[in-house]
Design a protein around this ligand. Structure first.
Ligand code: NAI
Length: 731
């Protein structure tokens, strides 16, 4: 293949006296270009001046047989730089806007001067130089321009508000130049480089600084500036020999306005999940793509009474099956012992039974939360189903068909839990549609329980979907013999009024006129209330009211119960499975069918899930110490570190332990085992190398470059490891 040469081309590189600029100038010079080596020769903050920097690079180019001329003007005098090119070589073909300075300050301390100087050199300087070259490029119908942005601009970086703003401003400038220049064969691209230089020496560890050579950036710049390269308007991250292209991504979004209705903040809030959901996101490439969406929205809102879903996804025509895999907005639920007690009362616990006291009195030595309380933090997700695109659920037609709940730990009696819900499957039952919604509920990063809601939407079937799902937890009929035990409990007249205080506010359970609209003679009891009654009957009969014995439950809701009626729970014991059937005693009508509770055997009632036990590792000791330290000074560490570190400790080549050190929230945390959340950086390291790092025998950067420490995520955070590990050298 032919080499990429620049013979006959005149290239201006600003700030070429050192760092990246020097590397570009040398590379262009080597490949035949005549190079204007511009540099003011100032200090890193923009003070001082000297011709030495530019002269030195010109000499280097000439020594290698290249053509070069120095220029010492500031980029703020753009005309002068271009004039220098015209004077020396008669034309200007390529402009590399590279000159730069730093004046890092936390935002509150940024002075006018800090702001203005950065903008003057980076943004205004690039504007001045490029504008001066523009007409020449237009006339000759050739031009290649590079803008130098930065990861700090793209993502933000602490202490660099002025710099970030200017650097992203350059991208905006480049985007428009790419459009205006296209027909003149003027291409403008932007790079966000990472390289060791005097600008980065204060923020990078020395090893890294040395490894991220400026010569790993120059080849991209040369390619983008060659005649052959048709790239225009691109943005590239480049460093360490790696190059990646960036683009915008936009969620499908959601139209929240309806024809002839005011658009409200509440409608925005209620659609927030979808507005921010990047599933099937689009990648608008230009302003036309952006406007097109709005035009579509306008025509749809005007022609429809009610707009649902996304304009670009033609939600109205979406098949409900397309909703499978959709996640709903994460729900946070904070509760105290009051909620736990209220729930226990709601499912019929009473001080009349002395065994119930431990569910009703926070001062009880064995104060416990009923296992079926696990549905409470998850239940609001069911209401969220109405906003899932494709499902088009009309809430009044939604019937709660079945429920499965599994606990991985006994529930705490108070706390803050988060629930993540996903549409697991959608089934077409002809007369209606079944949506399986699964909800995982966490305390911090620890999975507490799993709910599977099965809801039936009357009249929404017939869309050609599948009829069964392997994901559905099945109901099981009871054994064919009289029940082994029966417990009867009368619900109170106010049972539904009490139960609804746990969070299911549906008026069907309290408002007579609403109940009448649904075809009921009076408000009905919540299905999940009967579910709570039945479960506590099983716990009483077979588990001595010990909540840690509860593993899971599955029920099908068959018929409603009216408050005041008696619930009769029939039970069949088959090893650790207790089959149940619940009836209204007064009528004999079955309320819950195909139901069962699975209990832990007495011996395996502890379900705490730590890391899998293998032989003791040396690192275990260190993590135990770290855990202790987090307990003591976690909040302080969180302030200093503000990151989540994942660890995979290997032995003989396979991972034997996983740990997560969360120093991002609250008072910090350390947990073992599989991690559900997102770590900022994850290290994979052998147990013995870990100990070498901890004991200071090898520093983390060295271990990384020696291939002994693998890092995924933000490698820069490895610098902060010292804060966590330094105290363990004595171990
Ligand atoms: P550097 O400090 O080695 O080079 C910048 C050069 O620009 C210096 O030689 C300086 O004298 C010159 N300069 C400063 N103000 C000037 C002015 N008004 N007129 C003419 N020349 C002037 O720094 P480095 O790292 O090579 O940076 C080059 C560019 O890359 C800068 O725009 C910087 O913001 C950008 N960048 C660098 C990164 C890195 O990792 N090194 C990261 C992201 C962006």
């Amino acid at each position: 293949m032919k080499s990429l040469m620049f013979d006959g081309r005149v290239v201006l590189v600003t700030g070429a006296g050192g760092g990246l600029g020097r590397e570009y100038a040398l590379a262009f010079g080597e490949r035949g270009a005549a190079v204007i080596v511009n540099d003011l020769g100032g200090d890193i903050k923009g003070g001082g001046r000297s011709s030495a920097a530019a002269d030195g690079v010109v000499e280097e180019i000439r020594a290698r047989g290249g053509k070069a001329q120095a220029n010492y003007d500031s980029v703020e005098d753009g005309e002068k730089l271009i004039q220098a090119a015209l004077d020396a070589f008669g034309r200007i073909d390529v402009v590399i806007n590279n000159a730069g300075i730093l004046r890092d300050r936390s935002f509150g301390r940024t002075s006018d001067l800090d702001w203005d100087l950065i903008h003057r050199v980076h943004l205004r300087g690039s504007f001045q130089v490029t504008r001066a070259a523009w007409e020449h490029m237009k006339k000759q119908k050739f031009g290649r321009i590079i803008m130098t942005s930065s990861a700090a601009g793209i993502y933000g970086n602490f202490g660099q508000a002025n710099y970030s703003a200017a650097k992203l401003g350059l991208l905006g400038l480049a985007n428009t130049l790419a459009i205006e220049g296209q027909k003149y064969n003027i291409h403008c691209n932007t790079i966000a480089p990472t390289a060791g230089s005097r600008l980065t020496q204060t923020v990078m560890p020395p090893d890294l600084l040395e490894s991220l050579k400026a010569e790993y950036v120059a080849p991209l710049v040369l390619w983008l500036c060659h005649d052959e390269c048709q790239e225009n308007g691109g943005l590239f991250e480049v460093g360490a020999g790696w190059i990646g292209k960036l683009r915008w991504e936009r969620s499908l979004g959601r139209t929240v306005r309806q024809n002839n209705h005011n658009m409200t903040p509440e409608s925005v809030r209620d659609a927030w999940n979808q507005i921010c959901d990047f599933t099937d996101a689009t990648k608008p490439a230009n302003i036309q793509d952006s406007l097109q969406t709005l035009v579509e929205v306008l025509s749809r809102v005007d022609t429809q009474d009610r707009i649902k879903g996304n304009p670009t996804s033609s939600a109205g025509r979406m098949n409900p099956s397309d909703a499978v895999g959709r996640s709903l907005a994460e729900m946070t639920f904070t509760y105290t012992h009051m909620n736990t007690i209220l729930y226990a009362l709601g499912v019929g616990m009473s001080t009349k039974d002395p065994h119930h006291l431990k569910f009703l009195y926070e001062g009880h030595e064995d104060f416990s939360c009923l296992p079926t309380f696990g549905v409470i933090p998850a239940q609001s997700s069911m209401m969220g189903l109405s906003s899932v695109p494709g499902l088009d659920i009309d809430l009044p037609r939604l019937l709660h068909g079945e429920q499965h709940l599994e606990l991985f730990k006994p529930l705490p009696t108070s706390g803050t839990l988060t629930s993540k819900a996903t549409v697991a499957d959608v089934l077409d039952k002809g007369s209606g549609m079944i949506v399986l919604l699964e909800v995982h509920t966490y305390s911090g990063h620890e999975l507490l329980c799993y709910n599977q809601f099965s809801v039936f939407i009357v009249g929404a079937g017939g869309f050609g979907g599948k009829r069964t799902s392997e994901k559905a937890v099945a109901t099981v009929p009871p054994p064919n013999r009289p029940p082994d035990a029966v417990i009867v409990d009368q619900t109170s007249k106010d049972q539904a009024a009490l139960y609804r205080l746990s969070g299911d506010w549906n008026p069907l359970h309290i408002d007579p006129s609403f109940a009448a609209m649904g075809g009921f003679k009076s408000p009905i009891l919540h299905g999940l209330c009967s579910f709570g009654f039945a479960t506590r009957h099983v716990l009483k009969q077979y588990a001595d009211n010990d909540v840690s014995r509860f593993k899971s439950i599955k029920v099908r809701f068959v018929k409603p119960v009216y408050p005041g009626q008696s619930l009769q729970t029939e039970m069949w014991k088959e090893e650790n499975r207790i089959h149940i059937q619940c009836k209204v005693k007064e009528t004999g009508g079955v309320v819950l069918s195909g139901a069962y509770v699975d209990l832990h055997a007495v011996s395996d009632s502890s379900v705490s899930r730590g890391p899998p036990e293998t032989d003791e590792l040396q690192s275990d000791l260190v993590f135990a110490e770290i855990r202790r330290r987090i307990k003591d000074v976690g909040a302080e560490l969180v302030k200093k570190v503000n990151a989540v570190f994942g660890w995979e400790i290997t032995k003989d080549g396979s991972t034997v332990r996983r740990w997560t050190i969360d120093l991002k929230s609250g008072g910090g945390d350390l947990h073992g085992g599989e991690y559900k959340g997102k770590t900022d950086v994850t290290f994979t390291v052998a147990d013995d190398v870990f100990m070498d790092v901890v004991q200071g025998k090898i520093n983390p950067q060295k271990a990384f470059f020696a291939g002994k420490l693998k890092v995924r995520g933000n490698i820069m955070l490895s610098q902060k490891l010292e804060v966590i590990l330094k105290d363990y050298a004595k171990l």
